[in-house]
Design a protein around this ligand. Structure first.
Ligand code: UD1
Ligand code: CA
Length: 457
């Protein structure tokens, strides 16, 4: 049985932020959410998050995950003090406790599995994750004997100059035999440079404690300031992009592309430079996105192309071409083989198959059938200043250039709207509608003053 405790009570002073450190976002997910996710695969029996500084915000951010338990650390007196707070909650628990710092968001699930396995196979009192860092500044240094059995952990600020030379560091990821830890926790003293109760001291009291190295030291980067947050983002991006390229996705100039790790791509998708894929986005095989596009929380079918455009919270079916400079602003549902062209904005709108909106249009709260053609400059006037109203356009209808469809309004199937019309009333199917004043030509007419001058001349 494994319980998990995540230390998330600290303010994170070095972030210089109002927001608690663990709520800072890394590629669309908070640090603490990432740490929780990293231990999902070991199926912990309990998951405890220790909260303190702005604990209400941390609780709120995780409230959709109903199994998470929260324990309050009202004063942040150190990582050891934080774990002391769970003593009453784990009374009688005989299993192992995995402790993770809430600011170590890049851990791989297999690393946690490996740590747990080493711990149980060797019957250790504690097993800690370590790494050899090129620049170990700021981390606790780990001193072991030849068998990887731990002698001591010394915090960076408490190290002698000689101890600082040691590059083996404490990752802030620990597996404890809980009954053994529970026994030594009350003995911690705050006799150190920060006058805090260190969890690392508990490790010093236990035996045997084993250190296990992580293969890829980038995994254990702790986020203490904005620069480390940016570095973590880079590492995450490299991981995500390398994985997609290995899975058959082409990235043209990967450094200029960002992809959230929540995005799903299929083989033979091509992502062009300066393109950003975010949130719950899915892009199917053979689609080509970019250059210069942003796709957020959207599903794109096979062989869709998006060129210098923004697509948010929308669904686009196979073979549709979007852009350049189109904006699907949310709740847009586009059928197959459609064309959405230059400077077209759409919101809360559904298009059937093979429908074209090729130039300079705004469609809001509209439903269009199949093979509709919307002429250049056509807009739906969907807002009367108080309420939004719907527009319905039947299949095969052609709306002439520069028309205004004043909602609520319905155009039947096979309707032709004359260019420049302002359509205010419903139009039945199979009609031509002309809703503009007829052109009149006055022969021999001139502006009066000119005429007078000529006459008087
Ligand atoms: C800690 C370790 C250090 C290790 C490093 C790895 C200790 C004493 N030191 O140092 O050996 O190399 O992590 O990243 O543990 N927290 C609380 N309550 C508190 C204090 C902290 O919940 O009273 C939480 C913080 O929110 C944070 C985590 O514990 O998520 C680590 O705290 P932090 O102050 O960042 O520790 P480090 O100095 O980085
Ligand atoms: Ca830290």
């Amino acid at each position: 049985m494994v319980a998990v405790a995540i230390l998330a009570a600290g303010r994170g002073t070095r972030m210089k932020s109002d927001l608690p450190k663990v709520l800072h976002s890394l590629g669309g997910r908070s640090l603490v959410e990432r740490v929780l996710n990293s231990c999902f695969s070991i199926q912990p029996s309990r998951r405890i998050v220790i909260v303190g500084y702005r604990g209400d915000l941390v609780r709120e951010s995780l409230q959709s995950d109903t199994d998470v338990e929260f324990v309050e650390q009202t004063q942040q007196l150190g990582t050891g003090h934080a774990v002391q707070q769970i003593l009453p909650h784990l009374e009688g628990f005989e299993g192992n406790l995995l402790v993770l710092n809430g600011d170590v968001p890049l851990l791989r699930p297999q690393t946690i599995k490996m740590l747990l396995q080493t711990h149980t196979e060797n019957g250790n009192a504690a097993t800690i994750l370590t790494a050899h860092l090129p620049n170990p500044k700021g981390y606790g240094r780990v001193f072991c004997d030849g068998q990887n059995l731990l002698k001591q952990i010394v915090e960076d600020r408490d190290c002698t100059p000689a101890q600082k030379q040691n590059r083996r560091i404490n990752a802030g990821v620990y597996c404890f035999h809980w009954p053994s830890l529970a026994e030594v926790l009350p003995r911690l003293k705050a006799e150190n440079d920060q006058q805090e109760y260190y969890l690392t001291d508990a490790v010093n009291y236990l035996e045997p404690v084993m250190a296990v190295d992580v293969e890829d030291y980038q995994e254990i980067l702790g986020i203490n300031d904005r620069k480390q947050l940016a570095t973590a983002y880079q590492i995450l991006q490299t991981r995500v992009k390398d994985d997609w390229m290995a899975a058959g996705v082409t990235l043209i100039d990967p450094d200029s592309i960002t992809i959230d790790d929540t995005v799903q791509l299929e083989p033979d998708v091509v992502i062009e430079p300066q393109t950003h894929l975010r949130g719950q986005t899915v892009i199917q095989a053979g689609s080509r996105i970019g250059p210069g596009s942003l796709i957020e929380n959207s599903q794109l079918g096979e062989k869709v192309t998006v060129f210098y455009s923004v697509v948010t919270d929308s669904v686009v079916a196979a073979g549709t071409r979007i852009g350049p400079y189109a904006h699907l602003r949310g709740h847009v549902n586009v059928g197959t083989g459609c064309r959405i062209g230059n400077f077209v904005e759409m919101k809360n709108t559904t298009l059937g198959d093979k429908t074209n909106v090729a130039h300079l249009s705004y469609l809001g709260d509209a439903t269009l059938g199949n093979r509709v053609n919307i002429g250049a400059g056509t807009i739906t006037a969907n807002y009367d200043g108080v309420n939004k109203h719907p527009t319905h356009i039947g299949s095969n209808t052609k709306v002439g250039s520069n028309s205004v469809l004043v909602a609520p309004v319905t155009l039947g199937e096979d309707v032709t709207v004359a260019a420049g019309s302002v359509v205010t009333e419903d139009v039945p199917k199979d009609c031509l509608v002309i809703a503009r004043s007829r052109q009149s030509v006055k022969h021999g007419w001139r502006i009066k003053s000119q005429k007078d001058e000529t006459a008087g001349g």
